[in-house]
Design a protein around this ligand. Structure first.
Ligand SMILES: Cc1ncc(COP(=O)(O)O)c(C=O)c1O
Length: 387
């Protein structure tokens, strides 16, 4: 990488809004906070117990790409859950999915390279890309397309790109909640076969948080012939409610994994040994809690939809996964101004422009249902007043 040291990455707008909400709260204002993409559950008890037991051990350094036992646990999960087969040296563990993505971009991007990023996107992708001196090429999708990148759109974007290096795919998407069907992924794969120099980041961090009975499909399963070009990223933050433990991983071609590991070894060496041991327990432990929590998220989603859909100024998507709603607000000129106004009305949201989707707001439903419904009511009431 030839990093672009002059690029000053802005503060995450999500964290900014969350901080503003916390400040107002501290000053005594009643604020319902729907900003953060963080489960309000804790890690399952069996994980906490494993961590308590691990404290009896000496917690030394681990290999930069993670404990061999953790890489084996990841490998086993991918075999059981997706039928995917990786060798241990095709897996690198880092400080969250975020660091794996950052390391991958750092290891591969040159100044002037392009990374195709469908919008709405997770707010960190474009800034990470710019920090590496490369250029995010935003591919806007519409609610009519279900916020999914179509093969036609990908094909025309690749035709006009000068130096495409990566395509980012994230499903369930943050903030769209959209999933891709097998057929849609097959169509994207057909286009990608004509561009062998393009790597694919498959950010599957929300794979376990879904509201459909269909099995989860990811590009590596649908197009095994592309596996040498796919970096599959996942972690324990969302499904296991282990955000602060900072464990995520990337699985893919050996050379890329080695390059990610090199970057890792020169910055923070490895992620916490304690967290790695807890993650082995998380991945090998009972799985019923995932279904139970998904049912709770689904009920929250439906309760929020009921309130929001009663407002004629809002067009609200029904997410198939993750825990965000992305309503479009009729006639809004500046969603950042709107989000600040809504703070005065007692509800904290994130402006859609942070995700490449101006005119929208992101609401996280990873909060208890009464809180969520109250937040949605405040939003609807405030919009009514704005009419
Ligand atoms: C789409 C997406 N990818 C990656 C991450 C990073 O997750 P982690 O906590 O594992 O770094 C997030 C967190 O919000 C996310 O929404």
């Amino acid at each position: 990488m030839h990093s672009n040291s002059s690029y000053q990455a802005p503060q995450s707008p999500i964290l900014l809004m969350a901080r503003r909400a916390a400040e107002l709260r501290a000053a005594g204002q009643d604020i319902v906070d729907l900003t953060l993409g963080e489960p309000d559950f804790n890690a399952p008890e069996y994980v906490l117990n494993a961590a308590r037991n691990a404290l009896q051990e000496r917690l030394g350094y681990t290999p930069a790409n993670g404990l061999p036992a953790l890489r084996s646990a990841i490998r086993r999960r991918l075999e059981i859950d997706r039928g995917l087969h990786y060798l241990d040296d095709q897996i690198a563990v880092g400080c969250g999915a975020k660091q794996i993505i950052f390391n991958a971009f750092t290891a591969t991007l040159q100044v002037g390279d392009e990374v195709l990023v469908p919008a709405p996107y997770w707010a960190s992708y474009p800034d990470m890309i710019r920090m590496c001196g490369a250029c995010p090429v935003i591919l806007p999708t519409t609610s009519a397309e279900g916020f999914r990148l179509t093969a036609e759109h990908l094909s025309s974007a690749l035709r006009s790109a000068k130096s495409p290096r990566w395509l980012v795919l994230n499903a369930p998407g943050n903030p769209s909640g959209s999933l891709y069907s097998k057929q849609e992924l097959e169509a994207l794969a057909r286009v990608l076969r004509d561009y062998p120099g393009v790597m694919i980041l498959s950010d599957d961090i929300y794979a376990e948080i879904r509201y459909t009975e269909e099995p989860y499909v990811t590009l590596a399963v649908v197009a095994p012939d592309l596996s040498e070009r796919i970096l599959l990223v996942d972690g324990v933050s969302k499904a296991y409610a282990m955000t602060g433990w900072r464990v995520g991983w990337g699985c893919g071609p050996r050379e890329l994994i080695a390059a990610i590991t090199s970057v890792q070894s020169q910055n923070c060496t490895q992620t916490s040994t304690l967290s790695q041991l807890a993650t082995i327990a998380a991945l090998d432990g009972p799985r019923e809690f995932l279904r139970e929590r998904n049912e709770i998220y689904r009920q929250r989603r439906d309760a929020a939809l009921e309130v929001l859909r009663a407002c004629t100024l809002l067009e609200v998507n029904c997410p198939e996964g993750a825990f965000y709603l992305l309503p479009r607000i009729e006639g809004v000129k500046d969603d950042q101004v709107l989000a600040l106004d809504l703070l005065k009305a007692g509800v904290a949201t994130v402006p859609g422009s942070a995700f490449g989707m101006s005119g929208h707001l992101r609401l996280s439903f990873a909060t208890d249902q009464a809180n969520l419904v109250e937040g949605c009511r405040r939003l609807v009431t405030a919009l009514g007043h704005a009419q």
